[in-house]
Write a protein that binds this ligand. Structure first.
Ligand code: FAD
Length: 445
């Protein structure tokens, strides 16, 4: 094979997974990575735990360093921002930390630029003490900030998974914390009854929840003093905004590349875009949904790592198709775990599927063994065939791994009856003879 040059823009989950795989498949491939930040291969997922000091050392969030990749012959340039993609010339324009601008040619380009937090354009949003959370430096600032004297009232705007994790961080840090969001229920990728359980869990621990409420203004002179919504005014010493993210694809706006409506680059299962020799993966790209059978935007680390790996393989000559996502996701909220995989009931409704649902409450393990906890499981299935389409779960213990069992069953297109008879392990500290998974599956009639 000719010695080709692969340039990757973005050095985190998708970019570094792609680089590692590509180098393993074809060691002759020249690989250059440009990352605008100072870190590569870091865990954004760990940031809420770093802020709460559950994870003390920020270096633990960094999985690999540039020198680990250099050893494999992958050239990493941090603090190098790609400022332009020159489609016709097959080159990128790069600006380094010394403000030097240069051009570099590629044979193949992988865009793995991730996404940026959205910020609502309300009055006062530029005041001091207002943050978003995406990178290690973002987390460092917030962590340092919450420790300052006088930082008592924290307001979180947006009730998705980042802020429900952060509400735990703030409660652990002893702050008065309030979460404000426009949708009716928190974690609104899940059906409403689960959002309601998140709400109750937050209130149980002293957090304040405002739903169906819209931020109108952030009040203050230089720094934030409060927030004003369509329903009231609340004190705030610190505001964190997490109202969704926007694919970081501005770089491509002058190219002919095809995108989803929200600006995510449209890719196929091989990471190919509509422009030959330009690939994309991760939070900047679309992903195929196995149940919805369409290209969607589900920005998760799980998807970014896998998409990156498949794309890197394809680029280097191991052409294998990424089958897509079920959107499987799990989140810890104080004492509870919430998770979902496949489609929710509201998605089934939107898709006009003839579906059924069943909800059960089952034990995580035998009742006579200490610390028995309840797990709530809701299944969505195709009414006639009883093929499973989605599962949502909530509980204090034993949710996450059972969620993966449902993900496997849904991925394999199993019927409820097939899942209800699988030989799962049993011993009193771990399960009941008929496990919670069996009980939910067998409740489908
Ligand atoms: P990113 O990780 O965003 O990396 C893109 C990189 O590209 C960045 O480092 C950026 O600096 C760089 N870049 C962008 N533009 C340029 C440019 N022009 N030039 C050079 N470099 C550029 N997912 C889960 O599955 N589970 C979780 O529990 C979870 N928790 C999360 C918690 C938080 C607080 C956050 C913020 C995210 C969480 N995620 C979670 C999502 C997950 O972190 C992302 O889906 C994942 O990081 C996406 O990887 P990526 O490589 O596509 O993009």
């Amino acid at each position: 094979m000719d010695k080709k040059k692969l340039i990757i823009i973005g050095g985190d989950a998708a970019g570094m997974s792609a680089a590692s795989k590509a180098k393993r498949v074809n060691e002759d491939l020249e690989i250059i990575i440009y990352e605008k930040g100072e870190y590569i291969s870091y865990s954004q997922c760990g940031l809420p735990y770093y802020i709460s000091d559950v994870t003390k050392d920020k270096e633990k969030l960094v999985i690999k360093k540039p020198e680990d990749f250099e050893e494999k012959g992958i050239h990493v340039f941090t603090k190098h921002e790609v400022i332009k993609i020159n489609e016709r010339e097959k080159s990128v324009t790069v600006r380094n930390s010394n403000n030097n601008v240069f051009e570099e040619k590629y044979d193949i380009l992988l865009v793995a630029t991730g996404a940026d937090p959205k910020v609502p354009p309300v009055k006062g949003v530029d005041l001091q003490n207002i943050f978003t959370l995406k990178t290690i430096p973002d987390a460092e600032i917030i962590k340092e900030f919450v420790k300052r004297d006088g930082i008592e009232n924290v307001v979180l705007i947006g009730g998705g998974y980042i802020n429900v994790e952060l509400i735990e961080s703030m409660i652990l840090l002893g702050k008065k914390v309030r979460i404000i969001q426009r949708p009716k229920t928190l974690l609104n990728i899940m059906d409403e009854e689960f959002g309601q359980m998140v709400h109750e869990e937050v209130e149980k621990h002293g957090g304040m929840v405002h739903t169906e409420e819209t931020l109108e203004e952030i009040i203050g002179k230089e720094k934030v003093e409060g927030v004003k919504t369509d329903k009231g005014e609340y004190p705030a010493d610190l505001v964190i905004i997490a109202v969704g993210i926007q694919p970081a694809t501005e770089l491509l706006k002058d190219t002919s590349i095809k995108m989803l409506k929200n600006g995510a680059i449209l890719v196929d299962g091989y990471g190919r875009t509509s422009i030959p020799d330009i690939y994309a993966a991760g939070d900047c790209a679309s992903v195929y949904h196995i149940i919805r059978k369409e290209d969607v935007y589900i920005p998760l680390g799980t998807n970014a790592n896998k998409q990156g790996r498949f794309t890197g393989g394809t680029i280097a000559g191991e052409v294998k198709k990424f089958p897509g996502t079920l959107g499987t996701a799990v989140v810890k909220v104080l004492d509870m775990t919430f998770g979902s995989t496949g489609i929710s009931e509201k998605e089934a409704k939107n898709m006009n599927i003839d579906y059924g649902t069943v909800t059960v409450k089952a034990a995580n393990h035998a009742g006579y063994y200490p610390n028995k906890k309840k797990i709530t499981i809701k299944l969505v299935y195709e009414k006639e065939s009883k093929i499973l389409l989605g599962a949502q779960m909530a509980g204090e213990e034993g949710v996450a791994k059972r969620l993966d069992v449902f993900a496997l069953a849904i991925d394999r297109k199993m019927t409820a009856e097939e899942l209800g008879n699988i030989d799962f392990c049993y011993s009193p500290p771990f399960a009941t003879p008929w496990d919670a998974v069996h009980i939910a599956a067998n409740a489908v009639k």
